[in-house]
Design a protein. Sequence first.
Length: 83
Amino acid sequence: MREIINENDLFQSSDLSLIATLCCFGATIECIDRNGGPRAVFCVRREHGLDQLVQAFWSHELKVDPLDYFNALKQCKTRLYDR
């Protein structure tokens, strides 16, 4: 049985680098909305601490392992382009 997720429980972004970074910190892509225009929107479950990670990303305060980031970016692109 599939779990029903409330839209308020999801963080949404079309920024691929942000989503890949969040995945490095354990976030999971729940879905990808491809119907909102020319850019796909990634949906990530809003777990405790996610908002602080997003804030730290935009203020250039996060550090990630380059290989982890590269692998997360590849996984995001695979999810994006595999329908």
